[in-house]
Design a protein around this ligand. Structure first.
Ligand code: AN7
Length: 372
């Protein structure tokens, strides 16, 4: 088999590209779908829980799936520069793919409110980083205004190519499982990803989908790769301090430790509602404590380190399992959207302190013996 060359090559028959499209790729996608071995038993659940570890994409988050296509299409259209607002991961992906394409990237981030790893990525890839004295929603408004007036392509998920790229995660899951799972759970911030997942599942069953931005459900790609016989119930989880889908309206001052989903005015509002309604799913919320304890639980019981926002998917699932809202014996897939290394400060702050010890065998052996 030829070596894997990224999701545009893999799914080109289901994406809006032609043979002459200049593909900008870092070989994103094809992420592991890992079955949890200890958690289901610990939770008294008799079904299967699998995590789609999107943190193993090239820049450490699912954003690479959308960014490969958005930057590819921007390059194809002759753009020389891209711009986005971001809570961190979009800026990291935009910066990396712009570097790959030889383009300039501008990223607007909320000052002091993005995780350190993401900031390091944007800076290292040479983005022009603008720290604004406002939140993501302010940044989103500003980049829409600026990209309307200046020659910079907007690569936030209001750009339909982003969701087109991101829908491929559902194709991979359907291929790995042989069909769609019973439930799909994921964190919701700007709400593009839940919309894209749903779009991918719909296309896998030959359903038309409102989230298909380039064709409004009319294009020949629809149903082309259909392999699934059903679509999952979609469950979207939010952080309690940043939960517009639970409040039924935008939240003016969103706050959460899960900074990636610190978003009060989601752009894909109607698409996300459609995904949840059409699938028979729901939105629910988790506290910051629940998010952090689930992040640690996953890291310690399964060996999988995701960032706090990503742990929101399992934190919400655990609550819904305990509340009896999930059918027994179900197969559940949770998207882990970003890698834990993105946010080392939050990880270290909630972990046990390290042990300062002399470089001598005696005290080290004594310490080890305490844990045996
Ligand atoms: C790890 O980077 O919005 O609901 O600007 O980084 O599709 O927005 C990040 C979002 C979940 C929410 N998990 O996804 C950004 C940004 C992680 C994220 C989400 C984000 P959407």
């Amino acid at each position: 088999m030829a070596h894997y060359q990224g999701l545009i090559h893999r799914y080109r028959d289901r994406l809006p590209v032609s043979d002459s499209t200049p593909v900008v790729t870092l070989n994103e996608g094809n992420t592991p779908l890992v079955e949890l071995q200890r958690l289901p038993g610990m939770l008294g659940f008799d079904g299967r829980i699998l995590v789609k570890f999107e943190g193993l994409n090239p820049t450490g988050s699912f954003k690479d799936r959308g960014m490969t296509l958005a930057v590819t299409k921007a390059l194809e259209s002759g753009a020389r520069a891209i711009i986005c607002a971001s809570t961190g991961n979009t800026s990291a992906a935009a910066a990396a793919y712009a570097a790959r394409a030889g383009m300039t990237s501008f990223v607007l981030i909320p000052e002091g409110k993005i995780a350190l790893g993401k900031l390091a990525q944007a800076m290292m890839h040479g983005a022009v980083v603008l720290q604004i004295q406002g939140n993501f929603d302010d940044g989103m408004r500003l980049v829409q205004e600026i990209s309307a007036d200046m020659p910079v392509a907007l690569v936030n998920s209001v750009n339909p190519y982003r969701l087109q790229g991101q829908k491929t995660v559902a194709f991979e899951i359907v291929e790995a499982l042989g069909d769609a799972p019973d439930y799909h759970v994921l964190p919701v911030g700007n709400a593009g990803n839940i919309s894209a997942h749903w779009s991918g599942y719909c296309e896998s069953t030959g359903h038309e989908t409102a989230a298909c931005g380039h064709c409004a459900g009319q294009c020949p790609y629809h149903g082309h790769g259909a392999r699934a016989t059903r679509r999952p119930v979609m469950l979207g989880y939010q952080a309690a301090g940043s939960a517009p889908f639970l409040r039924g309206a935008p939240v003016p001052q969103p706050e959460t430790v899960a900074t990636a989903i610190r978003i009060g005015n989601p752009m894909s509002w109607s698409l996300a509602w459609a995904a949840v309604r059409e699938s028979g799913g729901w939105f629910a919320e988790c506290t910051d404590e629940e998010i952090l304890s689930t992040q640690a639980l996953l890291a310690r019981s399964e060996g999988i380190f995701c960032e706090p926002s990503s742990a929101t998917s399992l934190a919400g699932l655990i609550k819904d399992l305990r509340a009896g809202r999930i059918k027994s014996g179900s197969t559940i897939v949770a998207t882990l959207t970003g890698h834990g290394l993105k946010d080392p400060d939050t990880a270290i702050a909630q972990s046990q302190p390290t042990h300062a010890v002399a470089a001598d065998k005696g005290p080290i052996a004594e310490l080890i013996a305490r844990f045996l």
